[in-house]
Write a protein that binds this ligand. Structure first.
Ligand code: PMV
Length: 331
């Protein structure tokens, strides 16, 4: 239990907020784990964090006893450190503390998350990036973006086992990025999208668990190597065509490619009833294309509208779905 006097609304609060991006994968999830180039876009400032010190919280706080982490939107408030913990957030705090190689004075880490967990929108990486920046600042350390990205990748390994590195890269740098695993490392570069493209993100209502889904795909691939490698080759081709469609802002083509990628993901085995229901509703309203984004088996769907996006959003909200709008590319 955290004492009420730890409230961040205390007038002495001074610590700065540090932002991190969420992300949508436009093309290439799962295939990216096996070396296919993916295309993804950052969702700006989906998470922010600040580390408050005892002084900033007021002299009556009990923060001298234990550092805390709070994510009110996720209903979470825990001690930051616990020896041998199996809690991923605590493991992430420990990983960051080790990476910073400096004593960190007690803190109250407040995390403001607009993105829900297990939604395919890069929530854990986004939290890792915002936490890393806030704790580094609290420890008086200046990190560059590459260092933040590296530490967040370590946190992602705790959350997801064998991540491609895409989520932490987008959480750190944002923008529209090509991302590929190469020779034990990664390669990424910004895609120049000349006009802004608006997407509707719809939460399917089912949580998608990345580590489990990635492990399931790995096992399925081992049992049917040529089928999966063929599917991943198809996704590679779609992703490469998607790059051209983005660069030329060819929305019809982009929509067709999203839908084609979704078909591959069905065959990979990571769609589910909840995702298909969202896609069905999208298709019935006459959109350009739609696909799941992230690891799937729940999580979110991205939709490229043809009609007015407000009408589309309203149709989903009336059907009881939570939605988000995203602008990718120039704005
Ligand atoms: O579900 P998310 O947002 O963690 O995205 C996972 C993307 C995968 O390609 C399935 C895995 C990875 O590490 O790239």
């Amino acid at each position: 239990m955290v004492a009420q006097n730890l409230s961040a609304s205390d007038s002495k609060v001074e610590a700065s907020w540090f932002d991190a991006n969420g992300k949508v994968i436009l093309f290439g999830e799962h295939a990216v784990v096996y070396g296919v180039e993916a295309l993804a876009a950052g969702l700006p400032a989906m998470v922010r964090a600040r580390a408050l010190s005892r002084n900033e919280l007021g002299s009556s706080s009990n923060l001298s006893i234990k550092s805390k982490v709070s994510i009110p939107a996720w209903g979470l408030e825990i001690d930051a450190f616990e020896l041998g913990s199996s809690n991923v957030l605590q493991q992430m705090c420990e990983r960051i503390r080790q990476a910073l190689k400096k004593e960190i004075k007690p803190f109250y880490l407040e995390i403001d998350a607009k993105v829900p967990p297990a939604s395919g929108l890069g929530a854990s990486a986004s939290v890792a990036v915002a936490m890393t920046k806030a704790l580094a600042a609290h420890a008086g350390i200046t990190l560059n973006a590459d260092q933040v990205n590296q530490i967040a990748y370590g946190c992602e390994q705790l959350a997801h086992g064998t991540p491609s590195g895409l989520d932490n890269t987008l959480a750190t740098y944002g923008g529209v990025q090509r991302f590929q695993r190469v020779d034990g490392g990664v390669r990424f570069s910004v895609v120049d999208v000349p006009d802004p493209i608006e997407l509707l993100i719809v939460l399917s209502g089912k949580k998608g668990y990345t580590a489990e889904t990635v492990a399931r795909v790995r096992a399925a691939r081992e049992a049917a190597l040529s089928k999966y490698d063929q599917l991943f080759s198809q996704i590679a081709e779609i992703s490469s065509d998607g790059l051209n469609a983005l660069r030329s802002c060819d929305l019809d083509k982009l929509g067709r490619l999203l839908t084609a990628n979704q078909q591959c993901l069905r065959e990979v085995g990571v769609s589910c009833v909840e995702i298909e229901q969202v896609i069905e509703l999208a298709v019935s309203t006459g959109v350009r294309g739609a696909k799941l984004t992230g690891s799937g088996d729940g999580g979110a769907v991205i939709i490229l509208p043809k009609q007015n996006i407000s009408d589309l959003e309203q149709a989903f909200q009336q059907a009881g779905y939570k939605t988000l709008r995203a602008h990718i590319g120039a704005c």
